[in-house]
Write a protein that binds this ligand. Sequence first.
Ligand SMILES: C[S@@+](CC[C@H](N)C(=O)[O-])C[C@H]1O[C@@H](n2cnc3c(N)ncnc32)[C@H](O)[C@@H]1O
Length: 365
Amino acid sequence: MRKDLFELVPLKCPFCGASLAMLKVHAMRGDEIEEALLQCKSLRCRRVYPVISSIPVLIADLSAYIPTQAGLLRRLEGGCLGDAFTADLERFCGVAASSFRRPSAEEEKAHRMSLAYYLLRQYPMQVTPADRLEGLIPIRRDSALYGIDGIIGKMPRTGGVAVDFGCAAGRFVFELASVADFSLGIDYSFDLVESALRIRRESQLMFELSGEKGELRPATIKFEAGDAGLRSGFIAADVLAPVLPEGSLSIASALNIITELPKPVKTLVSIDRALGPGGYLLFGSTYNWMAKLDDEMLQSLMCSHESYEELFRAVLTGAVSPALLSGAYSIIDERDITFYAYIEKRRYMLYVMDFLLCRKMERQL
Ligand SMILES: C[S@@+](CC[C@H](N)C(=O)[O-])C[C@H]1O[C@@H](n2cnc3c(N)ncnc32)[C@H](O)[C@@H]1O
């Protein structure tokens, strides 16, 4: 994390929402804090959160979280962290690095597949027709973030802080840095934000891709985040945790995340809480569209699409908004963005994102 991250975004305790302070810095890497401990300032809470590989891990229950993160487990187990830091993790966070079991071969594979899935979705890369990931085919290999280019171009330079909620491997965080002063990616997955950080630092990332017969082959992403990378940061946190100060953001984006979560409306309320008046919300959710459809399929797809589109439109702009959100939103742009194709049982499906660019209005009494 940048040394001045807290000046840019005064991050809060995910458990109680009070301010955090730096407790101890263990390792620096250039200008970045690589390993450290953060502590909640509330005397009643005083919980401690680690910064690992430059990523603040703002997760209230670390012992339950760590076993679900294969990359983080490997890091804890591999002795990559300084001894003093490892001892402090145990002392302050109750995390004994040695007590977690190794991820199984199956978990490792699932981890690699999920990482490759997001890398392939988010970054341009050289692929051959044989490169498939469980059927996923990126249809615009050379485009900025799967056809989302043009959206950022529609926005004025707002300055301030942008946050991409559920940023995965971070591509959109870098895009947002072109209109904001600082861009922060939040994702529950430590492993995904770590990959984003590695791309930012090394301008490339090696990973494994499954070939046509399921065999694993090495692949490389090359991506220059450049100046956008310097003005970007990442944290591991739950979108529902109160880690951002109220009304502090000039841009919030939530792409392909709301409908994936068990509490979509609560998530929207939490994003709205962090966005300042006049701020921009970029909001998108996928649905799929098949080249060959029968009536029954068509009907079920249309129904599910219409229902969530209607729901979120109503929540953002309609009668529900004043009761639920801190202000109504005016829709500036709305469109369907096709962003990847999927092949399954010899049928092609296009995944399309229903996208809204909205602006938060002042609360109307
Ligand atoms: C479908 S992906 C969308 C990623 C990215 N926004 C995109 O459009 O390519 C959903 C992302 O949300 C993250 N996620 C899921 N639940 C989360 C939660 N409770 N808090 C934060 N991130 C979460 C996942 O790790 C994943 O990266």
